[in-house]
Design a protein around this ligand. Structure first.
Ligand code: BDP
Length: 721
């Protein structure tokens, strides 16, 4: 080979390593060298001699992770052993009963750790002694290991050892809306990471890195396929492909699940019906379940979208959701599987307010579902809007376990171009008081099973992962993946703490980085709410692709238009959901109905969700509703400007590649924020007939031009829409 060629290959290799280093591929698992002496010393000491008292495949994952962490953070290669008893600096054990430590760790405590919890402690109160990570299972030990690594990575002052931790919710699942052709519905980070064509023979390194990342935040399940399902994934060749993924994920404590197309018996089984009460259909599903479990014994179960947005379901045969769900539940029950049946149902043929339809269909079925069915409910009653009140099904079905479905991908929150940290949205939902059964019951307590005593508990997050180098398109999208996992593990966490952890792990800890990044994160979701849908407005985005504003969208199915939701006219704006309107409020506990039913006591953030009010309605601030609306849109734009100014402070402190990535996207976000503000205010002004306040950034542009903008190739669109 000629010399120049060798040199240029070397240079490009060097460059590509550099690209990998800060492309964002490493997510929050960067394990960079610790600069602070005391932490460096601590890490060097505890990683020096490591004993992993476990022989499962997970033990291999644990030792690899520790080796990476030790090398990266402390520059050392640990000595590993598997024989407990010898004096070691770190002992990771799944046999905690064998520990004889003469302190207050008892067998009872071990029992309380359950199948996934762990305890991190010193074997004596003196820090020179062995550090122990104890759990009942390999998965628990893995979570304990990642937690220990995080403690060191984040270097929070207290480091908080000992720590004992048990997840709040037992199934913490990502929902991929990935199609078999590798397009991703509402995906903004490239194509699907599942390379179905090359599976099962070819195992992409991404699958392993994906499993690692998920395990590091406690995610223990993944639904591989879109809720708008393709029955093909249930055929034998695809089950083999799914098995290959399940085998990769197993040592990381992750189970696979699939979406089930209700009409699969007809599409791939040659049957004439998919009626859930037909014995042959039932047998077909039983056989299918046996086939799957023979190949994947720990298969998690099925996720189903039925009779919603054109998907087939039991209603096609005059059967109920319970009859449909129970048929599938009976098929997977003998193998320990579950069915996650979605409550995202609404029909344009029903005259009822869309926000009411899930409760109308599901409440009467409470008590009719099998024990292994969980009803999966979106956080709000419409559809993943920048802000929604919590879904009124939470608290309304005491006999049925309910799962919370959150959207990590930012379909309605700026998609792939916007920075919107969703920690506040997740926290706001989880902490909403349902007043059912008790005044202080929160959505979190409904879904973790404690409010109504259910064993099955599930939380689902619609994934934002794709094959982009940095996984999530926008690097800050990683924070939402991270936050979902952390809240799923521990639903009482504070979103600020989650943001801080992610920032320290992703960008480093020095104050000059931490503060500006945190500032950018914490305000970002509210900024989006302000410049898109302030004061309770919702569903006013562009049709189909949902990219950008579209308050003018009308025609076709009413419930897919914007005018259905904002109801702006010369008399005012907003959707009356009180007793004088659709009365959706009556689906909540009376305490909520009372408070939100009166515009004087309804929080501003939900005002136009529940009330149609005149443009000159006087707000608490003393402004008219029209002025308040203008100020909110303007504030949103101002917040993005501040995010930009804050980010600029980081130039030179953050690697060039990630700095520039965010810098460019923030500039795009500012254009989008202005586009939202200008077009919405120009549109609504036609009805208010009132002037813009003089002290806001001038409203610019031409409404007609905004209306004419088309985005036929915006990402994430469903081909049939
Ligand atoms: C909506 C999306 C649509 C999904 C649907 C769902 O626009 O693509 O199929 O939710 O959750 O948000 O089923």
């Amino acid at each position: 080979m000629n010399r120049y060629l060798i040199i240029s290959i070397l240079i490009s290799l060097l460059l590509s390593t550099n690209v990998n280093a800060e492309s964002g591929y490493d997510l929050w698992l960067r394990y960079t060298n610790i600069q602070e002496k005391s932490y460096h010393k601590f890490a060097s000491r505890i990683f020096a001699e490591v004993c992993i008292d476990d022989t499962s495949a997970t033990a291999g994952v644990i030792s690899k992770e520790i080796a990476m962490g030790a090398k990266g953070m402390a520059g050392i290669d640990p000595v590993f052993s598997s024989a407990p008893g010898r004096k070691v600096s770190l002992l990771i054990t799944t046999n905690p009963e064998s520990l004889d430590m003469g302190h207050d760790f008892t067998t009872e405590d071990i029992g309380e750790l359950g199948p996934e919890g762990f305890e991190i402690m010193f074997d004596d109160n003196k820090p020179e002694k062995t550090l122990i990570v104890a759990a009942n299972t390999p998965a628990g030990a893995l979570y304990g290991t990642f937690t220990l690594l995080r403690k060191i990575q984040t270097r929070t002052k207290e480091m908080r050892i000992p720590e004992s931790s048990v997840p709040s919710i037992s199934r913490r699942i990502l929902n991929h809306w990935d199609n078999l052709d590798r397009t991703v519905e509402r995906g903004y980070a490239g194509f699907s990471i599942w390379d179905w064509h090359r599976l099962p023979g070819y195992i992409d390194q991404r699958y392993i890195d994906y499993a690692r990342a998920n395990a590091s935040i406690g995610i223990n399940g993944t639904v591989l396929t879109n809720v708008n399902a393709n029955a093909l994934v249930l055929t034998a060749p695809y089950i083999e492909k799914v098995k290959a993924l399940a085998d990769v994920f197993r040592p990381y404590g992750i189970r696979v699940y699939l979406t089930a197309r209700f009409s699969a018996p007809m599409e791939i089984g040659g049957m004439e019906t998919a009626d859930p009460l037909n014995p042959e259909v039932q047998q077909w599903w039983d056989k299918k379940a046996r086939e799957i479990y023979q190949v994947i014994p720990d298969f998690g179960g099925l996720l189903v979208k039925a009779n919603s947005e054109g998907q087939p379901g039991p209603h096609n045969y005059g059967r109920s959701h319970a009859e449909g769900a129970n048929m599938l539940a009976d098929a997977v029950a003998p193998h320990g599987g579950i069915v996650m049946w979605r409550a995202f149902v609404y029909s344009h043929e029903s005259p009822e307010d869309r926000a009411k339809q899930a409760n109308l269909e599901f409440e009467p079925l409470d008590g009719e579902f099998r024990d292994n069915v969980v009803i999966q409910v979106k956080n709000g009653p419409i559809d993943f809007q920048p802000r929604e009140p919590f879904h009124p099904l939470f608290g309304a079905m005491p006999e049925t376990p309910l799962a919370l479905e959150l959207q990590i991908t930012q379909e309605y929150l700026g998609q792939g171009t916007s920075l919107a940290y969703l920690g506040p949205l997740f926290q706001e939902t989880l902490r909403s008081y349902t007043y059912r059964p008790e005044t202080h019951t929160t959505v979190a307590e409904i879904i973790d099973g404690t409010a109504y005593n259910h064993d099955l508990s599930v939380i689902a997050g619609v994934s934002n992962i794709g094959n982009d180098m940095n996984w999530t398109g926008h690097i800050f999208g990683q924070a939402n993946w991270y936050a979902f996992g952390r809240f799923a593990w521990h639903h009482r966490l504070m979103q600020e703490k989650v943001a801080e952890e992610w920032t320290r792990m992703t960008f480093g800890s020095p104050d000059e980085i931490l503060e500006p990044v945190m500032y950018t994160l914490l305000d970002s979701r509210e900024a989006v709410v302000n410049y898109m849908t302030p004061l309770g407005l919702h569903h006013i985005m562009g049709r189909g692709h949902h990219y950008g504003p579209g308050p003018w969208v009308t025609g076709g199915r009413a419930d897919w238009t914007s005018v259905y939701y904002h109801r702006a006219d010369s008399s005012g704006i907003g959707f009356d959901r009180t007793s004088s309107g659709s009365n959706a409020l009556a689906q909540y506990a009376p305490e909520i109905g009372e408070k939100w039913g009166n515009p004087e006591t309804c929080p501003d953030k939900y005002l136009l969700w529940f009330h149609h009010l005149p443009w000159d309605y006087e707000m608490d601030s003393g402004n008219t509703l029209w002025e308040e609306l203008c100020y909110h849109y303007d504030k949103g734009v101002g917040q993005v400007k501040e995010m930009i100014a804050t980010w600029e402070q980081l130039e030179g402190d953050i690697d060039r590649q990630r700095y520039h990535h965010v810098e460019q996207l923030l500039a795009v976000q500012l254009q989008e924020a202005r586009w939202w503000k200008n077009s919405c205010l120009l549109y609504f002004q036609q009805f208010s007939g009132m002037p813009f306040p003089a002290d806001i950034e001038p409203v610019e542009g031409d409404l007609e031009e905004y209306r004419e903008m088309k985005f036929p190739y915006a990402p994430g669109i469903r081909p049939s829409w």
